[in-house]
Write a protein that binds this ligand. Structure first.
Ligand code: FMN
Length: 379
């Protein structure tokens, strides 16, 4: 019998699919619609205490690729497939007060659904660390099931916020520790993919007490330049600033970041985000070892909260489990992490003939050189 439920960081989910922190999860009506549609959990749009003023004009656009040429553009047209989302939206501009009462109301109305509060503060001094604690306590008093620390927003001016925290191992650890001092609920950390070796920031966050790592947030990027007008396709008075790329284009990039972490910490918990529109893509994250998957861009394009996306995710996961019941797979736990060990160093990949290869060195007398394995056991 297919069982879609799962336990992640000690919390029981009806299914392992969540809406990630973004516009689909900023209003009470959207979150309620998302739960009614079938999402197992929702991570709220990031809540903060500092002033937030968004840019003039649109904050998100969708880049599409022509199906019969190499053209990429945000311009609306026929015969184009989604490539990515691009946004420069800041965190929620609703004050904390607006979330109080709203979160508890939602949780009361949907006791079996999982509500996670995404939070962000600065990290430059004790007052800022205290702000993380204020946000944590306020949200947990509302009855949310977990908090997700935003160390990943790519367009922050402040050097002590967002991805600037996620790029600093010490801050990852210090902020997580400050939150853990007051948290009675699981603490998830959402890391930026924009670092050289994400396992270092993951390790630092775990050292601070993180119960799970979530990745990826959007990748730092610019909108494209229109060849006719010579203007950026997204700009305000001709000016642009680095924003974040999400959607299908980041799926392989984000899987690579996730594989680095799940291999380095096979006994830890991870939530996969980035480019998921259907079950096949969520499956990739589960096979690498993730216990939940989160969706943003695909949901934004489907009636704002993804009713058709979640319907298909549930149906296709059920069909997948039924198809594989003969292998003894009845729930996510039965296939989670099955392909984690298939990601290996380059020298472990078989060469066309039996010639010896020592990872680019003349012989095997070098540290860091991994010896080839002859066979893999398929499961
Ligand atoms: C318009 C927009 C706003 C976002 N706002 C937040 C945010 O407030 N906090 C956060 O942690 N991530 C935010 N994200 C990132 C998403 O949660 C997600 O990590 C990212 O879009 C990758 O997932 P996707 O490929 O499914 O879109 C935002 C993304 C978009 C497109």
């Amino acid at each position: 019998m297919a069982d879609l439920s799962t336990v992640f960081t000690g919390i029981r989910f009806e299914n392992p699919f969540l809406l990630s922190s973004a516009p689909p999860t900023e209003s009470e009506s959207n979150i309620r619609r998302a739960f009614d549609a079938g999402w197992g959990g929702v991570v709220t749009k990031t809540i903060g205490l500092h002033p937030v003023v968004n840019v003039k004009g649109p904050k998100t656009k969708f880049l599409r690729a022509d199906t019969d040429s190499y053209r990429l553009s945000t311009k609306k047209r026929a015969n184009a497939a989604l490539h990515s989302s691009w946004n420069w939206e800041l965190i929620s501009d609703k004050p904390l007060d607006a979330w109080i009462g709203m979160l508890s109301g939602i949780k009361k109305a949907y006791p079996t659904k999982i509500l996670v509060a995404s939070i962000m503060a600065g990290s430059g001094n004790d007052k800022e660390l205290h702000n993380w604690q204020t946000l944590t306590k306020a949200c947990q008093d509302e009855g949310v099931d977990a908090v997700e620390l935003n160390f990943s927003c790519p367009h922050m001016d402040r050097i002590d916020m967002g991805s600037n925290v996620g790029k600093d191992k010490v801050l990852c650890s210090v902020v997580t520790q400050a939150v853990k001092e007051v948290a009675k609920i699981p603490v998830w950390v959402k890391l930026t993919p924009a670092t050289a070796n994400i396992t270092e920031e993951a390790e630092a966050s775990f050292r601070g007490g993180a119960d799970a790592i979530c990745s990826s947030n959007t990748f730092p990027s610019l909108p494209l330049i229109d060849p006719e007008t010579l203007e950026f396709e997204m700009n305000v008075d001709g000016y642009v600033s680095s924003g974040g790329l999400g959607g299908p284009a980041i799926l392989p990039l984000s899987l690579a970041k996730m594989a680095q972490m799940t291999k380095a910490f096979p006994d830890r918990e991870f939530s996969g985000i980035g480019g998921i529109s259907n079950f096949d893509q969520a499956l990739g994250y589960y096979l690498l070892g993730c216990g939940t998957a989160q969706v943003c861009t695909a949901a934004m394009l489907d009636h704002a909260v993804g009713p058709n996306v979640i319907k298909a995710l549930l149906a296709d996961m059920t069909a997948f489990l039924e198809r594989n019941a003969s292998r003894g797979w009845h729930s996510l736990a039965d296939f989670r992490g099955l392909r984690r060990d298939r990601v290996v160093s380059h020298s472990l990949i078989k060469r066309p003939d039996e010639r010896e290869y020592h990872g680019g060195y003349k012989d095997e007398e070098h540290e860091g050189y991994a010896k080839p394995k002859s066979t893999l056991v398929s499961s």
